[in-house]
Design a protein around this ligand. Structure first.
Ligand code: ME8
Length: 508
């Protein structure tokens, strides 16, 4: 079995600072990475910036800057955002990095040598914000439906990639689950959309431009530059050393990727164009592409013109880093679109974090202090069936992460805490304190165990809170070891429950 795991986010356009949609994808990738690191030795989490093309050129020009100088500033802002959100990526690739440029040249030359690239005339309508040609049927009132802007007519002699040649092979790899090279597109609804479109036919695509200097020149015809999307997709292999000829490259260790994470706006590029490019060079395809839901804000697409763009930093100011990570991933089922608003986040924060998880940790640890001075000892015949039974809820945790269902993973944490609160209400420790200290100690011990496992799952989602909880319950076990052995219930290893910090104060 391959002892490595490779997950990627899209490389975001360096034309502007990041917004909450970008953060959504990246936090999800970070949660998966953190959890995978518990059981897999080599985990690679790649993110980065997409820096070539008209879109970046125009943004730089507006600010009176050279494209690279402009990108440098935007990349700094990306890195700051990721640092603020506790994102632990392995590598940050820029499409202006030399290693990336060399990879693109090598790859495109190989496609050319293979006979997969040819020259032809092209006339079409190009949408700069999308960085792609749109067919007349895609337009609404002559405008791009995603950006409400008029595409520009372009007519030139370009180089084309023989995309159509790979259609049948792609359909087979997407549909045949028993194929060794099965390529999974998730959720299923998205797979069906891609397949439906593929079955209607597939045209070759133009992969070069004549009048766009801010891009990588074609290695076999320097008068043209490489289409920004072809350049960008190759980041997934340039970052792990595809162009490095030495024996021990990261490429051997990590390729094919386990999952490319993204949203529906760029699914076609990742589920058709990218795999076809790989097939052309007989490279293995990524195991899966997962398209999570798309956020709108109060019913509308986020846009600077409307002025409704939400940034993760807005949430961090109100809720802190951990809660922001949690709130983003619990807003909607992970594969479904949804409408976000500050009101929705507040409601979720109070329901799940302040009133449920935070309240549970606080009331149990306070009672451990009050009734036992923090020293709660293991009951006889522990674990009792009730605890063994409820902790079975942990069984699918690894599977949820492997299936990229971060929402279902977090749901386990929420359910454990809801169960814990009910368990406390049902057993009324304040009554037991008057009649049966032994029974009381058992109830608190069990509740502390539930807290321990909430912290274990939290280590991926809310890492700082996980450490706080661990300290509060005085756990000595290594949290990763505990995460690796979820199937084997472990007792508390500390001896002194401390006074809790308020984890998630209620927000009115
Ligand atoms: O497309 N809701 O970059 P990009 C949820 N450079 N996720 C969203 C979102 C929203 N409203 N808006 C953006 C590009 N995202 C290319 C990618 S990869 C080889 C090149 C997230 O800056 C989501 O992951 O437009 C989406 O696919 C991505 O940001 C698009 O980022």
């Amino acid at each position: 079995m391959k002892d490595s795991y490779y997950i990627t986010t899209p490389i975001y356009y360096a034309n502007d600072v990041l917004h909450i949609g970008h953060t959504y994808t990246t936090v999800a990738a970070d949660i998966i990475t953190r959890w995978k690191k518990n059981s897999v030795n080599n985990v690679f989490f790649l993110t980065g910036s997409d820096e070539h093309g008209s879109k970046i050129c125009e943004a730089a020009k507006e600010k009176n800057k050279e494209p690279l100088a402009y990108c440098n500033e935007i990349v700094d802002s990306f890195k700051n955002t990721w640092q603020q959100l506790n994102i632990e990526y392995t590598s940050f690739i820029r499409t202006t990095d030399t290693v990336h440029i060399l990879t693109v040249e090598k790859f495109i030359q190989a496609l050319y040598d293979n006979g997969d690239i040819y020259k032809s005339n092209y006339e079409g309508l190009y949408c700069v914000p999308c960085e792609k040609f749109l067919s007349p049927t895609e337009l609404v009132n002559d405008l791009c439906p995603d950006h409400n802007t008029k595409p520009v007519k372009q007519c030139e002699e370009n180089y084309f990639f023989r995309l159509s040649k790979y259609r049948d092979q792609l359909i087979e790899l997407i549909t045949n689950k028993n194929h060794l090279q099965h390529f999974d597109i998730l959720p299923e609804q998205r797979r069906n959309e891609v397949l439906g479109k593929l079955k209607l036919g597939l045209d070759d695509i133009s992969i070069s431009r004549t009048n766009l200097p801010w891009a990588i020149p074609l290695p076999f015809d320097k008068s043209q530059t490489i289409y920004v999307w072809i350049d960008a997709l190759l980041n997934y292999i340039s970052a792990i050393g595809y162009a490095d000829d030495s024996e021990k490259t990261q490429f051997k260790k990590f390729w094919p990727a386990d999952v490319h994470l993204l949203a529906k706006d760029i699914l076609w590029f990742h589920s058709v164009i990218w795999p076809a490019m790989l097939l052309a060079l007989k490279l293995p395809l990524p195991a899966k592409v997962f398209s999570h839901g798309f956020f709108t804000v109060e019913g509308q697409k986020m846009s600077k013109t409307i002025g409704n763009v939400l940034h993760a930093e807005d949430l961090v100011k109100i809720y802190g880093v951990d809660a922001t990570r949690f709130l983003l991933l619990t807003a909607f089922p992970f594969g479904s679109d949804g409408d976000i608003s500050l009101a929705l986040f507040k409601e979720k924060y109070n329901a799940h974090l302040a009133n449920n998880i935070g309240n549970f940790v606080s009331r149990v640890t306070n009672m451990a202090q009050k009734y036992f001075n923090g020293k709660v000892t293991i009951p006889e015949n522990w674990p009792d069936p009730e605890i063994t039974e409820i902790l079975k809820i942990l069984e699918p945790a690894d599977t949820h992460i492997s299936n990229v269902r971060v929402d279902s993973f977090i749901e386990i944490m929420i359910s454990l805490s809801s169960w814990g609160n009910l368990y406390i209400d049902k057993n009324a420790p304040w009554q037991l304190a008057k009649t049966d200290m032994k029974a009381l100690e058992k109830v608190l011990y069990n509740a502390l165990i539930i807290i321990k496992y909430i912290a274990v799952l939290s280590s991926a989602v809310m890492p700082e809170s996980a450490v706080k909880i661990w300290k509060t319950i005085d756990e000595k076990q290594d949290i990763q070891e505990c995460a690796r052995n979820l199937a084997k219930l472990s007792p508390l290893t500390g001896s002194n429950v401390n006074k809790p910090e308020i984890l998630f104060p209620k927000i009115l």
